[in-house]
Design a protein around this ligand. Structure first.
Ligand SMILES: [Zn+2]
Ligand SMILES: [Zn+2]
Length: 156
């Protein structure tokens, strides 16, 4: 938690805004807002990594030693069902979560499995023109795969 009077960095301010929105939205949805739930959401909202359940659990158990992996897993599932967070489609089995609900795309590193946000208006739905007439399309996201800067350097 930021100390009162301390100047917050932009990213911290963004996280705090997301948390306020999350609490407001949870209440609207009739979802109980517990300190544990806020802590789980905070881990996700404060991370650029699109963390997995395990990653969130590892960070959170330092200050919530009694929390179980199952609780974190179930909480994330609930958040996802309620539309508070989303699951990122990855090339791998472990689900990765995203507190960023704005439409955006992702690029995943095949070596370290890092997932980064990608905003590109040129990936327009009209340009893609998929032949899926039997569905009412609600959204779309594109997943790019590659080797990130750090992994490229490690290999050289
Ligand atoms: Zn990498
Ligand atoms: Zn994302």
């Amino acid at each position: 938690m930021p100390i009162k009077g301390q100047i917050m960095k932009n990213s911290e301010l963004r996280t705090e805004n997301k948390i306020s929105q999350f609490i407001k939205r949870s209440k609207e949805l009739g979802l109980k807002v517990t300190p544990q739930r806020i802590a789980i959401y905070r881990e996700l909202a404060g991370s650029m990594q699109h963390p997995s359940t395990e990653m969130i659990y590892k960070n959170i158990k330092d200050y919530y030693p009694n929390i179980s992996l199952t609780t974190v897993y179930r909480t994330l599932e609930t958040f996802e069902k309620m539309g508070l967070i989303s699951v990122v489609n990855t090339l791998y089995h472990a689900a990765r979560y995203d507190a960023n609900m704005e439409p955006h795309h992702h690029v995943v590193c095949v070596k370290c499995k890092k997932i980064e946000d990608l905003y590109d208006d040129s990936i327009a739905y009209s340009e893609l023109d998929p032949q899926i007439d039997n569905y009412k399309i609600l959204g779309y996201s594109v997943l790019f795969s590659g080797i990130c800067e750090e992994c490229k350097t490690l290999n050289n």
